[in-house]
Design a protein around this ligand. Structure first.
Ligand SMILES: [Cu+2]
Length: 371
């Protein structure tokens, strides 16, 4: 009942990479992802138009003998202009990052999560990550169906308990147009988390997108009650910037709902013969490491990379089902799976750790109490 997660056979949503919409402005790249933060061309050209100084300096050497002073001057001027252009280009690096972190999510993913383990992935977490206790710590996602001008629009909401169905939805911009360009973060352009409001029945799915921006994924909600669906994604904005967002919507399943109490706080969980334990000291208002160890009896099974890391962690807050931001830390799986967790306030949280062994993804669950 709890754990049917077709996560392993989740469709490679990447295949569904759409053709760019006419709405999507300057980037001509047809793919949805891997958009570099510096899309230098757009502004580079615009800026290049103004400082025409070097062009003027060079040509008049044509028929006339130009003394070295003039040449040197031209070089200096050219260099200066170049420096200005470069500075301008670098300046351009900031806005997308700033925009991304300004939005609720910390997952200001650039193009990463595709790179090899051990490379300093996730440095983009910096905006909301460690050190930034004040602003970053208070952020949770998934509480709103619309935020920052972007709206999660479910297209199919009628689910019957235990009956296979399909969830379809779009992410729409401020004018109601479906978004079609998403960045790949943690190996996928869209992460869909499903959980019932009593924090049971966790599923982590990866929908596929049609060219018109409609995402779809097979979904069975096993029992009656109200279920929360979180769409966790990073969209690529018209100016080439990125916005990381987690939007959430409720899905109602008719029938008698008997909510289950949250299990007591624990540092160990057992799933399919794997014993998973975690260590760390989560603290309100701080970003702290959380480390998970997976054991199978007396042995340590070999963890496989899943979603660009050796594990994927989702943390939800009891009471409002706020979606916490968790950042995996690159590193060898032999040391366990490490994350940076930012706890926004006191309370109880449910942690869901996806890990993969021998091609099978399993989820260990823990209740975490933070005083
Ligand atoms: Cu995912």
């Amino acid at each position: 009942m709890t754990d049917e997660r077709p996560a392993t056979r989740a469709p490679g949503a990447r295949d569904a990479a759409p053709a760019p919409e006419p709405t999507g402005p300057p980037l001509s790249a047809p793919e949805q992802a891997e958009v570099p933060l510096f899309a230098p061309d757009s502004t580079g050209d615009a800026a290049g138009a103004s400082p025409a100084a070097p062009e003027r300096a060079a040509p008049d050497g044509d028929g006339v003998l130009v003394d070295r002073g003039t040449v040197r001057l031209a070089l200096v001027v050219g260099g200066l202009v170049l420096a200005v252009l470069l500075g301008f280009g670098l300046g351009r690096l900031d806005p997308p990052t700033a925009a991304a972190t300004a939005l609720t999510s910390a997952e200001a993913g650039t193009d990463d999560h595709a790179h090899a383990p051990g490379t300093g992935a996730h440095e983009h977490a910096g905006g909301v990550g460690s050190g930034d206790v004040g602003s970053g710590a208070s952020e949770v996602g998934g509480l709103a169906v619309s935020a920052g001008g972007w709206t999660l629009a479910p297209l199919s909401t009628g689910f019957a308990a235990g009956r296979p169905g399909e969830l379809r939805f779009q992410v729409r911009d401020g004018r109601g147009r479906p978004v079609t360009r998403f960045a790949v973060v943690h190996d996928k352009p869209m992460h869909l988390i499903i959980v019932r409001r009593d924090l049971t029945g966790f599923q982590h799915l990866h929908p596929a997108m049609a060219a018109d921006g409609t995402w779809s994924v097979p979904l069975t909600l096993p029992g009656p009650g109200v279920w929360r669906a979180y769409a966790d994604f990073t969209l690529v904005t018209g100016d080439g910037g990125q916005s990381a967002l987690t939007l959430g919507v409720d899905l109602a399943v008719p029938g008698g709902y008997a909510p289950r109490p949250l299990p007591p706080a624990a540092r160990t969980d057992t799933v399919d013969g794997f014993t998973v334990s975690w260590s760390g000291e989560p603290k309100v208002g701080a970003t702290r490491p959380l480390r998970f160890q997976v054991r199978a009896g007396d042995t340590t099974p070999e963890l496989e990379r899943y979603l660009g890391a050796y594990g994927h962690l989702v943390a939800l807050r009891e009471g409002d089902l706020g979606y916490l931001h968790v950042h995996p830390e690159a590193g060898p799986a032999t040391d366990g799976i490490s994350f940076q967790l930012t706890v926004p306030g006191p309370g109880r949280y449910r942690l869901y750790l996806d890990f993969q062994v021998a091609g099978v993804v399993r989820t260990a669950e823990f209740t975490l109490t933070v005083p």
